[in-house]
Write a protein that binds this ligand. Sequence first.
Ligand code: SAM
Length: 262
Amino acid sequence: MRFDVVSIFPEYLAPLELSLIGKARADGLLELAVHDLRSYTQDRHRTVDDTPYGGGAGMVMKPEPWAQALEDIAAASPVKRPVLIVPSPAGEVFTQKLAYELAEEDHLVFACGRYEGIDERVLEWAAEHYTVRPVSLGDYVLNGGEVAVLAMVEAIGRLIPGVVGNPESLVEESHSDGLLEYPVYTKPSNWRDRAVPEVLLSGNHGKIAKFRREHQLRRTAARRPDLLDTLDVSNFSKTERNVLWELGYAVEQGRAVRRTGE
Ligand code: SAM
């Protein structure tokens, strides 16, 4: 899989040389190139922004350097139609589901905006060469797209086969099945008068699985009840349904529905 990132701050992407993503690059599991937008400018001052038409605060990124950068990257793409991800607080929200979807692609290009963002015509024009997807990291505003790209490349990159040593660890993670992960513990079994739940020391795999499932449900209900609202629970076992009931939910038509009066 290939990633290209365009930014006016290429140094911002240096952490992608570290840890699992850095190792995956060194092992040839993924290719990643960072391009300086200013190297696609034509003027002496290497200008990338200008004042907004219609007035208002801030500056807007000029279309010419973006078009040049994106044209060159598309021309060198291993695929006919790469995906162009444009980080933006006005995009669709990045989720684990989207990370899985994007991990299936062969070539992802990221266009890091700054200031008030990129001239809108760049996105319209880019659609001739790319599948364009404005993507938001969440409902807040960052100064630039680089932090969003660090997060997205890491989330997508770790789903590429071979990047995470034990693929099992991707299976039970938060958001992999619509729930949050259960709490985890390590040695010592007693730390500052806090004991690890007894069942985890029992060696009884059935009981451990049951405990973990129960705590996935408990944690999700406590921290992210919105996830339970959209979860398909039609295949839930009697034990899982009992836990939901205890947490104040009934199962109706395959959905967890908050019991009235709770
Ligand atoms: N004026 C823009 C708006 O209100 O939608 C915000 C511009 S922001 C200051 C500058 C750049 O940061 C954006 O072009 C985008 O690349 C990036 N950015 C800001 N918040 C983001 C978010 N939540 N997700 C992804 N990228 C974001």
